[in-house]
Structure formats: C-alpha cells, structure tokens
Design a protein around this ligand. Sequence first.
Ligand code: B16
Ligand code: MG
Length: 219
Amino acid sequence: MIKGLIFDLDGVITDTAEYHYLAWKSLAEKLDIEIDREFNEQLKGISRMESLDLILKHSNKEKDYTEEEKVELATQKNDEYKEYIKQITPKDLLPGIDQLLKDAKAKGLGMALASASKNGPEIMKRLEIEDLFDGIVDPASLHAGKPDPEIFVKGAEILGLDTSECVGLEDAEAGVEAINAANMFSVGVGSEAAMHKADYIVKDTNELTLEKILEEAGK
Ligand code: B16
Ligand code: MG
C-alpha cells in the first residue's frame, strides 16, 4: 500500500530550469564559453558542481581551474540564481501540482522532497508549500547524487516508510533510475523516449492526479 510521495523539485513541482540557464549563461560568458538552451537540457537534475564541470568540458576548459576556483565560480552562479528565484510565487507551481499536494495531504500521505538543489527549502517557502511536506532531504548530506538511490531512500526514511510504500516523481532520466534503484514505484514526467524507464509516464504535470497515481502503483 502506498503511504508516501517523494518529489523531485525542478521540472515536477516548479520550473526553475530557465533561471538556472540564465545564471549559468552569464557565468559562461564571463569565461568565454558559449552555451544555449539545448545544452542546458543536460544540466537538469544534476548538481551545481557537476553542472559547472560539464560547462567547462563543453569548451575543453576543465583543466583551466583549480577546485578552489571552481567553487568560487559555482558560488558566483548561485548568487545570480538566488536573485532570480526571489521572483517565485505560488503561481509558479506547475499545473496540477497544487491539487495533487492538497489531495495527498487530505488522504494522509507523507510527502518529502528529493531534489539535488541546495536552494530547495527557499523555493518551497516561496511556493508556500513547505508546510505540506514532512521533510526535505539535504542534498549536502548525500554521498552520491542521482542516479544513485540514496536521495530517495533518505526521503522514505524521513517519512518513516519502507521504499516499497512510496512513489517517486521525477522529470530527469537519472532521477527515474534513482527511484527504480530505491525499489520505489516511479512516475516520470516528460516524453515517452526520455521517461521510458518509469513505471508510469505522464507527458505533463497536469495529468498527475492522486487517484491515477495510486491506481497505477497498485496494479
Ligand atoms: P542548486 P532537481 C536540480 O533540481 C536542477 O534541475 C539542476 O539543474 C541543478 O543544478 C540542481 O538542482 C542543483 O541546484 O544549484 O540550486 O543546488 O531537478 O533535482 O529538483
Ligand atoms: Mg528535476
């Protein structure tokens, strides 16, 4: 029986990808590196430092900076990103999510956040949904990022549930792999091609209803 939902943030609850893109683009320009929105797709769901490494590799500059310098560059990006996310309001919840969270709460399901973003708590506050959640996995506490199952296993621990009693919701392929490896029912938001490993696929968040998710997970 399903007793908890564990959510990814960016791409499932809200869409911060454009803000990440604008902040990375501005940093990349300072480093004389060109990135576009297509390249930005690769940065979805992966950590800040992994994103920076991909951007540097993109123009063969990965050996040009020390670890210390890279931390400084990632901090510059994050400072700009933090300015962008100040604009987030409850209107930025993706379609269908407000209802899903309310229905899950009314049914007494536990809810936890499993996002790679260290800005998760701030974004949840701005969306005014933090009170609906039982907890947020601290991405700084992880030994390995998605596709490692650790973040979803920790989400289930927060809820005091077995992973088999939880559903995980993701929009990134590595995230779906992490859910599956945690022995959890996986819901993938996106195209059939990108989400083919998910147990249940929806094209858009407005197709995410609690009734349908529980029905699919119970099959
Ligand atoms: P931060 P998710 C991820 O969020 C984003 O998709 C990814 O682009 C970002 O690099 C990562 O969070 C880390 O974010 O720099 O705020 O710590 O999809 O895991 O909710
Ligand atoms: Mg995501």
